[in-house]
Design a protein. Structure first.
Ligand SMILES: [Zn+2]
Length: 117
């Protein structure tokens, strides 16, 4: 039990937050903001939302551009030592598309606007 009232204001206790680096943009961020991709065979990898799957893993941040690059360039494949098949690449592209939707979309509560198509 911490004693109340006597905490020093300038010494904020920092919780240890695990950091991970995005293999594409090389930015380091809190682990939970990154998504792990795990190698599942020599020619396949898949997104590992739990971050706990067995195998060699690499982390990507939540920027869709990083996922698109991961699918379009050998950066991720090299990190995982995989020669990805089309399905694996498609998998990443689909994930990138989902991120794009989330980033570009407005709040889900906004639903009353007219749609002019
Ligand atoms: Zn990134």
């Amino acid at each position: 039990m911490p004693s109340p009232g006597t905490t020093k204001p300038n010494k904020t206790r920092q919780k240890h937050v695990p950091q991970r680096m995005c293999v594409v943009c090389r930015e380091t961020n809190a682990k939970r903001t990154l998504t792990r991709v795990v190698r599942t065979s020599e020619t396949t990898y898949q997104v590992d939302p739990t971050g706990r799957a067995n195998g060699r893993g690499a982390y990507l941040c939540d920027k869709a551009s990083c996922w698109e690059k991961a699918a379009a360039t050998p950066i991720l494949a090299r990190a995982l030592r995989v020669t990805p098949d089309n399905d694996s690449i498609l998998h990443l592209q689909e994930f990138a598309a989902g991120l794009n939707l989330e980033a570009g979309g407005t709040n889900s509560t906004v639903g009353s606007q007219e749609k002019l198509v």
